[in-house]
Write a protein that binds this ligand. Structure first.
Ligand code: AHR
Length: 511
């Protein structure tokens, strides 16, 4: 009985004595749908790094782990439930030293080489295998080219190999390698982190390089990939300034990377698990800086591109914790805190839907803030996975104006952040969805919801929460944290939803 009472209290369905719930008012205007939240905002990044591709996604056809043409059935099946719209591949810094020809042709004839200085790359996964994965997922491809150690010719050849529809020697080579029809490349990134692992360049120099590369990336008009320029690091808007001025009309977006750490510096990023409340609030406070980052870049873009033709592509984001002797490079556990990080960022991306048409979280499997973790034949779904799943209705939905009144605040020491974060949208299924985050790890909150332009009598959906801030699934116990169903009915013409402490909630509002 006590266990049942505890679970209900955690889910906010009954009042728990320790939780003095405050009342927050949210009003949504369903009669004024705003910009579309591009489904590509829910994109993902899969890099040849650690076990991000090999073992995590790809095991090869001879593996005992059930697979389809080498791709793990369990992982691909789980990813399908997320409706992954877009996958960025093969890096990251890996892309800066990747030579695509090593990854085509008969697998047993492909060379093994060393990428990133020390890691063996067997090249079993190359262009054809990647597109096989993309097909299985029903996603679009975002290929990142090599400026760091490549050449204009090599990149031009790759684009021609993937996109030309016959009549060219590279199209014939592609056909001989098993794919007669061109591949569909939605986006093509010209380089990665040129300010760092891509070559320590300056923005003016890269702007010239970009022009040179882009001019020779030829593809049939109807299947030409949208070209993306590689921008600055985090809050550095100097690159955005130069690139948006110099590359107008020749790029659809400028990529920016922004990671969330718990600590104050990159040498003290903080732990993935077993952290104190101080690291809970610092992580959430740091991740909320994404809003200011987008505003800073958007202000620069507005100067050179008021028509909003250049998107801010946040193609690496998520948490990055200290390496705790990880089982493979950049492998980290993923807890309830990561779920809140994902949800808070989604709300920020929704708010900037017109300037942010695409993001890819780092990364899909076994690396940084992953959806899925694997250990040999075992697989677990992370709290971040469940958050992506709960937010599927927001893909290609129209954002709705939303105002929060009497919001709570959550304070620890010198840090204060808003208690409730919310986002609403009119989804493609015709329903209004409301997403809520309660950042306070101790206190539940009552939210009164008012929808102008629609009478709402009930809400139903899912909530993700747990007793521990670092609640996480393990290979021994994979069901520690997962979403639970939640519903609420209006009383006296008022819809009130109780959001438990430290929770992510997504509900459909019903008449
Ligand atoms: O996502 C991990 C690495 O972080 C990527 O390879 C690089 O682009 C970034 O610095």
């Amino acid at each position: 009985m006590n266990i049942i009472k505890h679970s209900l209290a955690v889910l906010g369905l009954i009042a728990a004595p320790a939780f003095a719930a405050s009342q927050v008012s949210i009003s949504i205007d369903a009669s004024k749908p705003g910009p579309v939240i591009n489904k590509n905002v829910y994109g993902q990044f899969a890099e040849h790094l650690g076990t991000g591709v090999y073992n995590g996604l790809w095991v090869g056809t001879k593996s005992d782990i059930p697979n389809t043409r080498g791709w793990r059935n369990d992982v691909v099946g789980a990813l399908k439930a997320l409706h992954v719209p877009l996958v960025r591949w093969p890096g990251g810094c890996f892309a800066d030293t990747y030579h695509w020809r090593d990854g085509v042709g008969p697998q047993d004839k492909r060379p093994s080489n060393v990428n990133g200085g020390s890691v063996e790359e067997i090249n079993a996964v190359g262009t054809h295998e990647f597109f096989d994965l993309i097909d299985m997922l029903g996603a679009d491809a975002y290929i990142n080219g090599n400026v760091g150690t490549g050449s204009v010719q090599e990149m031009a050849d790759w684009v021609e190999y993937m996109t030309s529809d016959g009549g060219s020697p590279l199209a014939r080579l592609r056909a001989r390698n098993g794919h007669e029809k061109p591949f569909k490349v939605a986006y093509f990134g010209i380089g990665n982190e040129l300010w760092g692992c891509g070559g320590n360049l300056k923005p003016d120099y890269y702007a010239n390089l970009y022009s040179n590369y882009e001019a020779f990336l030829r593809a049939p008009e109807k299947s030409r990939p949208k070209m993306i320029a590689s921008g600055g690091s985090g809050f550095d808007t100097a690159w955005t300034d130069v690139l948006s001025k110099e590359l107008k009309g020749r790029t659809v977006g400028i990529s920016v990377h922004q990671y969330t750490i718990a600590g104050a510096t990159w040498d003290t990023k903080g732990k993935d698990l077993g952290f104190k409340e101080g690291e809970w609030i610092s992580t959430l406070a740091n991740t909320l800086k994404m809003d200011q980052l987008i505003k800073d870049h958007a202000a620069v873009l507005d100067k050179h591109d008021p028509e909003k033709k250049i998107g801010l592509m946040i193609d690496e984001w998520g948490t990055w914790y200290d390496d705790a002797g990880a089982r493979s490079a950049l492998f980290q556990q993923n807890s309830l805190r990561d779920a809140l990080v994902a949800a808070l960022n989604f709300h920020i991306f929704h708010d900037h839907a017109e300037r942010v048409p695409m993001t890819t979280i780092a990364q899909m499997v076994n690396v940084l803030q992953a959806m899925i973790l694997t250990d040999k034949e075992k697989m677990i779904l992370t709290p971040t996975y469940y958050t992506f799943q709960m937010y599927v209705p927001f893909q290609d939905a129209r954002s709705l104006p939303l105002a929060i009144k009497d919001n709570t605040s959550y304070t620890l020491g010198a840090t204060t952040i808003p208690g409730v974060s919310a986002s609403a949208a009119l989804a493609r299924d015709g329903k209004v969805y409301l997403a809520l985050v309660n950042t306070d790890p101790r206190n539940a909150v009552d939210v009164a919801v008012d929808v102008a332009g629609a009478k709402v009598n009930a809400a139903a959906g899912k909530v993700l929460t747990s007793a521990a801030m670092d609640a996480h699934n393990t290979f021994q116990n994979p069901q520690v944290i997962k979403p639970a169903a939640i519903s609420a009915r209006a009383a006296g013409g008022k819809l009130s939803i109780k959001v438990p402490a430290k929770a992510v909630m997504v509900v459909a509002l019903e008449k």
